[in-house]
Design a protein around this ligand. Structure first.
Ligand SMILES: Cc1cc2nc3c(=O)[nH]c(=O)nc-3n(C[C@H](O)[C@H](O)[C@H](O)COP(=O)(O)OP(=O)(O)OC[C@H]3O[C@@H](n4cnc5c(N)ncnc54)[C@H](O)[C@@H]3O)c2cc1C
Length: 380
């Protein structure tokens, strides 16, 4: 039994982490991935010299699983400012971490000072798993409506009203205490750096049934594929999102901050001149704007909203690409049961962000835990 090769299905972060854990324990492992590249949802394309992440995302270099894997030195990591800009009427008001932007909390346009202090208290308080993030935060008034609600919609890719207060707070804390940013070559560089450590990866093979495989298996696919392979009866709801990439005039902004709309004047939940943060994301002299929507929106609605957010004409901006990601993130709804064992049948284990948290860290953790459980079962 111990000699049998373990098959990991899926080379997203969960599968990569599972494979590295098994390899580290001296087990023979092969990873089978249906697409032509590793990384799953953490992938980047290069089109006409622009680096386009397949869905705007930031990597928190302080995630415990990333620290454990000691990978951040292998990607050219660029830290993002610890602040957001809130677009209100014709202005954009900076609100940042009090340690780096101490005066920014004083603007009453982004909520009262007392609501900002209460938000810090909230971070260290106990949350009720029956409630949603919105249930716990809406008492913060303008701070919630103008800043936290739009910001968190971009994080959860759904309304904070749909997300469990407990799971949501974990993610919020990791953003606040972390160091988010992007690799100079796109977020896909993270997955590529990790996957280089795996000795046996087969790309371009889709597993349709576990009967194709012998020996122990870790199913590290997205949740709907896992449900098909394993006859799972219930799956969490999934949040969809679209990332829009526009080339914009250089004079639009020199800001590296993410901008959110404090007045919900349209479908965009966040927008960032991503090549101001990482100049490698655009050819010299060009600026790439990355904007996210979570509800269905036409390009003209997106342009109209971006014009309001940025206070500029957007009709001449050229659309470089648009990524529609129907299965962006699992939604951890209020009252959702905590997950226990990764083992679903003899020799079959599951991993994926839907098992722990809707984040890169959640995916990596779930992969490691599934592999550790498999190793433990084999020894006992
Ligand atoms: C738009 C967007 C923004 C995000 N923002 C952030 C963020 O800012 N911070 C953060 O921490 N996280 C963020 N995330 C979440 C994070 O990217 C995911 O939680 C994580 O990448 C999920 O990894 P996974 O391995 O669980 O799943 P996936 O990445 O979905 O990997 C599953 C893999 O299995 C493969 N596969 C599927 N079916 C089969 C099959 N039958 N046979 C073989 N292979 C198969 C797939 O091709 C894929 O490679 C974001 C995600 C999206 C989409």
């Amino acid at each position: 039994m111990l000699d049998k090769e373990v098959t990991v299905i899926g080379a997203g972060l969960a599968g990569i982490s599972a494979a590295l854990t098994l390899q580290g324990a001296g087990r023979s492992v092969r990873v089978i991935e249906s697409s032509d590249r590793v990384g799953g949802r953490v992938a980047s394309d290069v089109i006409d010299g622009f680096t386009l992440d397949r869905g705007f995302q930031l990597i928190n270099s302080q995630y415990p699983e990333l620290k454990r894997l000691k990978v951040m030195d292998e990607v050219d990591f660029i830290a993002a400012p610890r602040a957001v800009e809130v677009s209100l009427d014709q202005d954009r008001i900076v609100l940042g971490d009090p340690r780096t932007h101490p005066l920014s909390a004083l603007s009453s346009k982004t909520g009262s000072l007392s609501s900002k202090v209460n938000f810090l208290r909230y971070l260290y308080s106990h949350s009720n798993s029956a409630l949603s993030v919105e249930d716990e935060l809406q008492k913060l008034g303008d701070l919630y409506q103008r800043v936290l609600r739009p910001f968190l919609t971009g994080v959860f890719l759904t309304s904070p009203a749909h997300v469990s207060a407990v799971n949501g707070k974990e993610i919020i804390r990791s953003f606040i205490s972390g160091k988010p940013g992007i690799p100079a070559q796109g977020v896909g560089a993270l997955a590529t750096a990790l996957a280089k450590r795996i000795t046996n990866i087969e790309l371009g093979r889709n597993i349709n049934s576990l009967s194709e495989l012998a020996g122990p298996v870790i199913v590290a696919t997205d949740v709907t594929t896992a449900a098909q392979l394993l006859d799972m009866t219930s799956v969490p709801k999934l949040a969809a999102s679209t990332t829009w990439y526009h080339e914009v005039p250089t004079e639009l902004t020199s800001s590296k901050c993410m901008v959110i709309d404090g007045q919900k004047r349209g479908p965009v939940v966040n927008s960032i001149a991503i090549s101001n943060l990482a100049p490698t994301y655009a050819p010299a002299g060009k600026v790439l704007l990355s904007s996210t929507t979570v509800d269905f929106a036409s390009e003209s609605e997106v342009r109209r909203h971006l014009a309001l957010i940025w206070g500029a004409q957007s009709s001449e901006w050229s659309l470089i690409a648009k990524y529609e990601i129907p299965k962006s993130l699992p939604i951890f709804a209020p009252g959702a049961q905590g997950v226990t064992s990764a083992k679903v049948a003899t020799n079959i284990y599951v991993a994926g962000d839907y098992r722990s948290a809707p984040s890169q860290n959640g995916a990596l953790l779930s992969g490691r835990l599934a592999a550790e459980e498999l190793l433990f079962d084999e020894r006992s």
